[in-house]
Design a protein around this ligand. Structure first.
Ligand SMILES: Nc1ncnc2c1ncn2[C@@H]1O[C@H](COP(=O)(O)OP(=O)(O)OP(=O)(O)O)[C@@H](O)[C@H]1O
Ligand SMILES: [Mg+2]
Length: 242
């Protein structure tokens, strides 16, 4: 396995008085696809937000290339090669597909190391080329998700954090979007997939983490983990199916 790209160490995160993460140890190597599953409120988005610098955490709790980066500002993390496709997509409504994508190009804080261009994003999602002049709010949910992924890729990430990119989409569209994952990881970009659909998470990833109530309850190679183990880690031992 290649060297660890990003890791968290005893990561603790809070929203005011509420503690959402209790000592999370997580790691991902260059080019790896890692799924992160868990029930509503388990802490998946909080883990991504902590990595991205959107929540205040101690420096040593997040390491990129072995360097402490916990609590660094989001724009600094983007410049260091970490990009997020956030929950709910957050596109610029009133702007066309192309203009949404160009925002990332114009503000690119990184050299074009990963080689993503507008043309390559259109190659990944051909539908976006046809709709390039369309305002994003007129697109379907799946097409909007493609714009959100494309925009993140134009930041030339070494690590792409995807928060529930399949949520609310029809199965055919989910397949289309997930087909892009291997093409993205082949460029050397590591991908974290937060995913509610456990079967999809398992089949699309090299390794998997399950969270429950702010803790990691299971980790391993996705192909080796049994459905029973996932059930227990997902719901807690007391709720495991007999
Ligand atoms: N802004 C916030 N303020 C206070 N508490 C929050 C905030 N965001 C999340 N939480 C709480 O932190 C915990 C973890 O939430 P988080 O959003 O990380 O879960 P999640 O695993 O992403 O869930 P979901 O699948 O619903 O997206 C939950 O108990 C949630 O209610
Ligand atoms: Mg979430």
């Amino acid at each position: 396995m290649s060297a660890v790209l990003l890791s968290t160490h005893g990561l603790v995160a809070r929203y005011g008085d509420f503690q959402a993460l209790y000592g999370v140890d997580f790691e991902i190597a260059a080019g790896e696809v890692v799924a992160l599953i868990g029930a509503n409120g388990a802490g998946k988005s909080t883990l991504l937000k902590s990595i991205m610098g959107l929540l205040r955490v101690a420096p040593d709790m997040v390491r990129l290339d072995g360097r402490p980066v916990g609590g660094a500002k989001p724009h600094k993390m983007v410049a260091d090669g970490v990009a997020i496709v956030p929950e709910g997509r957050r596109l610029f409504t009133g702007m066309s597909v192309e203009d949404n994508l160009r925002v990332a190009i114009d503000h690119a804080a990184r050299p074009r190391e990963q080689g993503w261009t507008l043309e390559r994003v259109f190659g990944l999602f051909p539908m976006l080329r046809e709709k390039r002049a369309t305002p994003v709010q007129s697109l379907s949910g799946g097409q909007q998700q493609m714009v959100a992924i494309g925009r993140a890729l134009l930041n030339q990430p070494r690590l792409l954090l995807c928060d529930e990119i399949s949520l609310g989409l029809a199965p055919k569209v989910v397949r289309e979007i997930y087909q892009s994952i291997p093409s993205i990881s082949q460029t050397g970009t590591a991908i974290v997939l937060v995913e509610q659909d456990v079967g999809l998470a398992q089949s699309a990833s090299d390794r998997l983490y399950c969270m429950l109530e702010g803790r990691i309850t299971l980790t391993g190679r996705s192909s080796d983990i049994s459905r029973d183990a996932i059930g227990e880690a997902y719901f807690g031992a007391s709720h495991a199916v007999a």
